[in-house]
Design a binder for this molecule. Sequence first.
Ligand code: AP5
Ligand code: MG
Length: 213
Amino acid sequence: MNIILLGPPGAGKGTQAKMMIEKYQIPQISTGDMLRAALKERTPLGLKAKEYMDKGALVPDEVVIGLIQERLKEPDCSKGYILDGFPRTVAQAEALDKVLAGLGSKIDHVISIEVDKSDLLKRLTGRRTCRQCGAMYHVIFTPSLNKDLCDKCQGELYQRDDDNEDTVRNRLEVYDAQTFPLIQYYQQKGLVRKIEGVGSIQQIFENIVKTLA
Ligand code: AP5
Ligand code: MG
């Protein structure tokens, strides 16, 4: 099952992808996580990407397309994968189609998670992530038991550099201008399944599972 999770920043792509990994035993491929990992290693790619990410702008298409092209060749992708945060422009979607055609593969489902803009700002400015295991929390909606520590692994919780209000506003504008058109792109291919992204995280997950059944 090759799945794309589409949705604005804060829609819950990462949250749902982590639950889908367990259920379907396929990897989550998040270009955002890959870029943040490159930055942590202080690679030239990571340092360059940070300049864009800190502004809430998109990293150039050729950079992320190159990353995905390599990642999809890894053996763990053979049974399927969940693309989270890629593609994000029509050029990326077209490049993905080409890469997949070359591999004799295709996208099976595009899950579009829909959430109002007013909710997204609240979700992102309150998000906390575990440095160690990547688990996600929210200071109001899903707080950890101990304010600064992860419930699962006791790792330190941190706030992403791009989760401040100004950068979030910019990310939402970039989404409208560059990523929203992808819904139509995939609708034309008959692949889009819309999911209401407001409500309990578990209920949203169950709706995704139903949609994929
Ligand atoms: P990326 O890391 O992909 O960020 P994003 O798309 O902006 O999305 P987020 O990760 O912020 O949101 P999410 O939908 O995963 O929500 P989450 O589950 O965490 O990209 C970051 C940057 O990298 C980009 O700006 C760009 O610069 C660069 N980049 C990445 N990919 C690129 C590409 N393909 N091309 C070019 N550049 C690229 O949830 C958010 C919060 O809400 C959490 O606190 C969570 O606990 C909470 N929450 C989740 N679900 C619910 C719910 N149902 N109710 C209440 N709260 C909830
Ligand atoms: Mg995410």
